[in-house]
Ligand binder design. Structure first.
Ligand code: FE2
Length: 419
């Protein structure tokens, strides 16, 4: 007897009329037209069953703090950082936990079951670190929450930056973060990349750095990150987040940089919603889009994933935890409008993001976790076009959320209808 059988599902790879059989939280079979006895059988009616969404770049310590204590008037990254600096001394641990848990509920309803969140380690109290470690423990049955030690004020620039980051890692934070473009000079930025990669190599930790989140074409910390990843044998364990300066770099330099990134096994995380709103703010017209070179990185063999980055915080007033929103913006900003391009944007918030996060048991195949989402769409392209409704969300075979099918009823008589 199976625990769960989903029948007549479309899968992201294009197969249709597929059944997915689940026992003890794992997928045990995926086969066309399979029928078998199960405690719970769900007819997908041809809709798309996808592995759950993953957000590889988020800030859960600031989520849902929009307007506290004021809003970001200029809309720039720097005013956001300043505003966060004003908010930080007033933060209370319980409040961070409460906001984060509220967001996790939103995420589950949207089928977002894995989140990599940066957590600011600049405050020596490590209040946000303790809060998010508590959130991680509480949401563990539902969400894989991975934490990145993120020295928001610069690991070298802020007093005690290195010690605070190491203390956060000692407490159980998983990944080493950084922000080289916010250090005092290019030299200190490069030194911070080297130091942080060495800390990660010593501890066997992954690396995910905010890297070159600027429109300055000379911000080239991604080059140092790729070099250090290779030097320290961290291939496949390092991600560069944002990398927006690459948008503005000289094309000749980029032609040399892309193979270096590919060779070093560094993956890149773009954050389309945030990049299109924060970058280009010093431009008059034309205004740069600012997002990194997504299709070119993908073509060079680099794993590229998309993150949400912010939801209702000092940097971004919008957002609802919907990774299809992120993919939708990504395909517009990167002009990835071919069928292949749109599917690649879907991968950027599913499989590629799971790969960046080193998730185990991800996918719809025998042996994988039965953690998937039934969307009210026939394929990944329609899913992005409609920002499709999440009909049902399962984690390891357990149903966590459902939403009624959305249908609109016309209240007038269309002219083309026979009377
Ligand atoms: Fe970020």
């Amino acid at each position: 007897m199976l625990d769960l059988l989903v029948t007549n599902a479309a899968l992201p790879d294009g197969r249709t009329n597929m059944s997915v059989a689940v026992r003890n939280g794992k997928i045990i079979d995926v086969a066309e037209g399979l029928q078998a006895a199960a405690r719970d059988t769900v007819d997908a009616r041809g809709y798309l069953l996808t592995p759950h969404f993953c957000d590889p770049h988020f800030h859960m310590d600031s989520v849902l703090s929009y307007g506290m204590p004021r809003v970001n008037d200029s809309g720039t990254l720097l005013e956001g950082i300043q505003l966060w600096g004003e908010l930080k001394p007033t933060l209370v641990q319980d409040d961070i936990v409460r906001r984060a848990l509220a967001y996790c509920d939103w995420a589950i309803a949207k089928g977002l079951l894995a989140i990599r969140s940066h957590v600011d380690t600049s405050d020596p109290r490590l209040l946000a670190v303790d809060a998010l470690l508590e959130v991680k423990r509480r949401v563990a049955p539902f969400i894989d929450l991975q934490l990145v030690a993120f020295p928001q004020d610069g690991v070298l620039r802020s007093p005690g930056g290195v010690e605070n980051l190491k203390r956060a890692l000692d407490k159980g934070v998983d990944v080493v973060g950084g922000i080289p473009h916010f250090e005092r000079t290019m030299g200190e930025g490069a030194a911070s990349v080297k130091l942080l990669c060495e800390i990660a190599a010593e501890r066997g930790a992954l690396v995910d750095m905010h890297c070159d989140e600027t429109d300055d074409p000379m911000s080239r910390h991604i080059e140092t990150l790729a070099f250090e990843a290779q030097r320290l044998g961290l291939q496949g364990r390092v991600a560069g987040s944002h990398c927006t300066s690459m948008h503005s770099m000289d094309n000749y330099y980029v032609s040399k940089l892309l193979p270096l990134i590919a060779e070093s096994g560094v993956s890149v995380i773009a954050n389309p919603l945030i990049n299109i709103t924060l970058q280009g703010r010093h431009d008059t017209y034309p205004k740069r889009r600012g997002m990194t070179r997504v299709p070119e990185l993908m073509a060079a063999g680099v794993t590229v994933a998309f993150g949400h980055d912010c939801v209702m915080d000092p940097w971004y007033a919008m957002g609802s935890g919907d990774m299809l929103d992120v993919a939708h913006m990504g395909l517009h900003v990167a002009q990835m409008t071919s069928q292949k391009g749109i599917r690649a944007c879907f991968d950027a918030v599913t499989g590629n993001a799971a790969k960046v996060m080193h998730l185990d048991g991800y996918g719809i195949a025998p042996g994988c976790d039965a953690s998937f989402v039934l969307l009210q769409a026939r394929d990944p392209i329609e899913a992005i076009r409609l920002r499709a409704n999440r009909l049902k969300v399962w984690k390891k075979g357990v149903a966590l959320a459902e939403t009624a099918e959305v249908t609109s009823r016309l209240l007038y008589k269309p002219e083309h209808c026979p009377s």
